[in-house]
Design a protein around this ligand. Structure first.
Ligand code: ADE
Ligand code: ZN
Length: 339
């Protein structure tokens, strides 16, 4: 039986793949541009939204890096993250693990500390005032050099207690995980957990490298691993989670049509898939919209949806006691929904 829209809205959710810079809504972009006296190349928010028409990942990244230029002060980063937390709290997201791209800011002269302080203040307030918990994952931009990534890792070391993990994002094709083997080895030695975008646009071999060379704890996207049956079997056997982003895949033409999305196939194969929003301000939706789109297009039932949310808890970087409390909340929801 297909689930109702209300079931999806009410279901407790976990987000594990969210670029905080990708939650910058055009309205806030204009507000920050005005506050920081920055001229935008768009006359109004409608024109910004009209520009969000992408043929591939690079098309999007060009506009995404341009958008983050309005973020300058600690208050800007606070406001960005707070706006995201308010939205997801209203969507029953219990916990989120947030990516940030420090190199997108430090290369513009914004200090690492400015970014971190703004984000972590909002995270604390979100926990205190909205009851949403969160963790922070620092991503290296893969179109830059490994040397640049090492510099960023060094800058992060004094704040190690505030950053749970290290990830890899930006232009995938031509920038395989192996390019960053040394810096990820150092990050792992320093105690960071590891994730990497792999198999979004890049080939299955990049997923193999993420597993074998970077030693990832989760795979971000992972769509293209399905092209390799032996790799699929391996990822199932290892129980490694995939942070799948349906509306992102649609907007970046990773899938042609939402009805072609492989999420249900992933679940049927026993892959530990989760649903996430990636860059919600650019891709037309936060967690509810992503769940609604796939539930409708792929005819997902309540069990599928509960599995997706439970996979999120299991794959999160929370401790066992915290996970257990979240599982209880999902169980309580499931029981009430079935009654
Ligand atoms: N940075 C922000 N969103 C991204 C995505 N979907 N893939 C790679 N890098 C990104
Ligand atoms: Zn992403």
């Amino acid at each position: 039986m297909q689930v109702s829209e209300q079931f999806i809205k009410d279901m407790p959710k976990i987000e594990l793949h969210l670029h905080i810079e990708g939650s910058l809504e055009p309205e806030l972009m204009f507000e920050l541009a005005q506050r920081n006296e920055i001229a935008l190349p768009f006359p109004d928010v409608e024109a910004v939204r009209r520009a969000y028409d992408f043929s591939n990942l690079q098309d999007f990244l060009d506009i995404y890096y341009q958008g983050m230029n309005v973020l300058r002060t600690e208050q800007d980063f606070y406001d960005l993250a707070w706006a995201y937390f308010e939205r997801i709290a209203a969507q029953n997201v219990m916990h989120t693990e947030i990516f940030f791209d420090p190199q997108g800011h430090t290369e513009r002269g914004v200090a690492f500390e400015t970014v971190l302080n703004g984000l972590t203040s909002a995270m604390q307030d979100a926990e205190d005032d909205l009851g949403v918990t969160s963790k922070l994952i620092m991503c290296f931009l893969r179109h830059l050099s490994e040397e640049d990534a090492f510099k960023t890792l060094d800058e992060a070391l004094p704040y190690k207690d505030k950053i749970i993990g290290v990830g890899l994002d930006s232009s995938e094709k031509g920038h395989p995980p192996s390019k960053f083997a040394n810096v990820f080895a150092k990050a792992r030695e320093e105690g960071f957990l590891i994730v990497a975008h792999a198999g979004e646009e890049g080939p299955p071999e990049y997923v193999v490298e993420a597993l074998d060379i970077l030693n990832v704890d989760r795979i971000d996207h992972g769509n293209r691993l399905l092209e390799d049956a032996a790799l699929t079997e391996r990822v199932v056997a290892e129980g490694k989670a995939l942070t799948v982003c349906p509306l992102s895949n649609l907007k970046l033409c990773v899938v042609k049509d939402i009805h072609d999305h492989p999420l249900k196939k992933m679940l049927d194969l026993g892959l530990k898939a989760t649903v996430n929003s990636d860059d919600p301000a650019y891709f037309g939706g936060y967690m509810n919209e992503n769940f609604l789109a796939v539930a409708k297009a792929l005819n997902l039932n309540a069990d599928h949806l509960l599995t997706l949310t439970r996979n999120g808890i299991e794959a999160s970087f929370l401790g066992d006691a915290e996970k257990s409390a979240l599982f209880d909340r999902v169980d309580a929801f499931a029981q009430k929904a079935a009654a």
